[in-house]
Write a protein that binds this ligand. Structure first.
Ligand SMILES: Nc1ncnc2c1ncn2[C@@H]1O[C@H](COP(=O)(O)OP(=O)(O)OP(=O)(O)O)[C@@H](O)[C@H]1O
Ligand SMILES: [Mg+2]
Length: 242
């Protein structure tokens, strides 16, 4: 871990404000890692899920997104994860808007810089657990043996003790969520977006997952976690309520 990342972490640990001041904190140190500006989104024309939403997510920080069911938290993660496009407004990565990018460019950016843990895990049912975890690393050209070794370490860390050649249809909901988190973390993404990653977990395993996300933010990533848990939100540097 670099000294810069350590310093950022120390600064953030001593920071006890809310999102607005966190944005100021980032402003002194260059562009935030991820930013939403005046984002408007509607699935059905005329019914706005987001009506001009803005926020900044600095490098080295972990932010909780909270709010009632149906308020638009998952939708927002899809927008921040470049999977949905705003009707107006824009998403910026390291200060650059992705609005003008072609789909292929956006997909490359997502594969190289983003990790996503979907609310329903979204594992590939046709592949084994270990192949699900290593999928993106192999796509990025990493040697299979290295990717598998790191995948096993991550699965161990989160206590996912199922045979690695098992299919996702034969694991529990909480195991599937942790497998999806391993898949996202394996690529050390600059932006980690996690949708209720502790939703199906017991308290002790939740702590492991939150600590891992904190550790990941400490390396300089922007971590954004949707949660209904006050404990998880309290472990974040900032909470944004929708
Ligand atoms: N594909 C879709 N088409 C139309 N409306 C949708 C679609 N997906 C979600 N919605 C609506 O958009 C709103 C936001 O949904 P979203 O899934 O983002 O909420 P959420 O805050 O993540 O909820 P939860 O806490 O239950 O996961 C909801 O009112 C939902 O009904
Ligand atoms: Mg949701």
């Amino acid at each position: 871990m670099s000294g810069v990342a350590d310093e950022r972490f120390v600064s953030l640990r001593s920071f006890d404000g809310r999102a607005e001041t966190l944005a100021e904190w980032a402003g002194d140190r260059g562009a935030p890692r991820l930013e939403a500006r005046d984002v408007v989104f509607e699935y059905i024309p005329g019914t706005r899920v987001l009506d001009g939403w803005s926020a900044e997510f600095p490098a080295g920080s972990m932010t909780a997104l909270t709010g009632p069911s149906g308020r638009g938290k998952s939708t927002l993660l899809y927008l921040l994860g470049l999977m949905l496009h705003p009707a107006s407004g824009e998403i910026l990565v390291d200060g650059d808007s992705v609005a003008g990018m072609r789909d292929a460019q956006r997909a490359r950016l997502r594969a190289s810089r983003f990790g996503f843990v979907f609310q329903d895990a979204a594992l590939d049912q046709t592949r084994t657990v270990i192949d699900n975890v290593t999928e993106t690393a192999l796509y990025r050209g990493e040697a299979k043996r290295d990717a598998r070794a790191r995948a096993r370490e991550l699965l161990d860390r989160f206590g996912v003790d199922v045979p690695p050649d098992r299919k996702p249809g034969q694991v529990s909901g909480g195991q599937a969520q942790r497998i999806a988190l391993c898949r996202a973390l394996l690529n050390a993404p600059a932006v980690l977006l996690a949708d209720e990653p502790t939703g199906n977990l017991d308290p002790a395993t939740s702590v492991l997952v939150v600590e891992a996300m904190r550790d990941h933010a400490r390396t300089g990533a922007a971590v954004i976690v949707v949660t209904h848990s006050p404990e998880v939100a309290a472990a974040c540097d900032a909470e944004i309520r929708l």
